[in-house]
Design a protein around this ligand. Sequence first.
Ligand code: SF4
Length: 125
Amino acid sequence: MSEPLYLRPHHALCIRFFVGKGYSEEFVRHMTAVVEKLQRDDPVVTLAGGCDVICEKCPHNRGGACDTSDKVRAIDDRALSAMELHVGDTLRWHDLYRRAYDRIIGCSRLTEVCRDCQWLYLCEK
Ligand code: SF4
């Protein structure tokens, strides 16, 4: 059996709006590969309460903990609440992707859920 694929809840939002911008070139290369794999293979993902597969190559990842964790945890909590999901839940990637759209983006809650994120201006375009 393969390893669980962990994903922070708010990354279901980041992925939809990803346009090749990010914290470093390595981060962008890695995130591009993760997004391609998710969209192609539609794997089962496990919602993470901490760093996930996208955080792996992020310069903010300090030994498995995000150095902006207060901010990103709050965004994760708001995303979970809006999607009515919990850390540890498992679901197919495309179900999570659709749920993020139906419960957050499609009902104009992105600005509220992602407030304080430095990248929000890109997603609101
Ligand atoms: S900023 Fe934090 S939550 Fe976002 S990708 Fe980097 S380590 Fe992960």
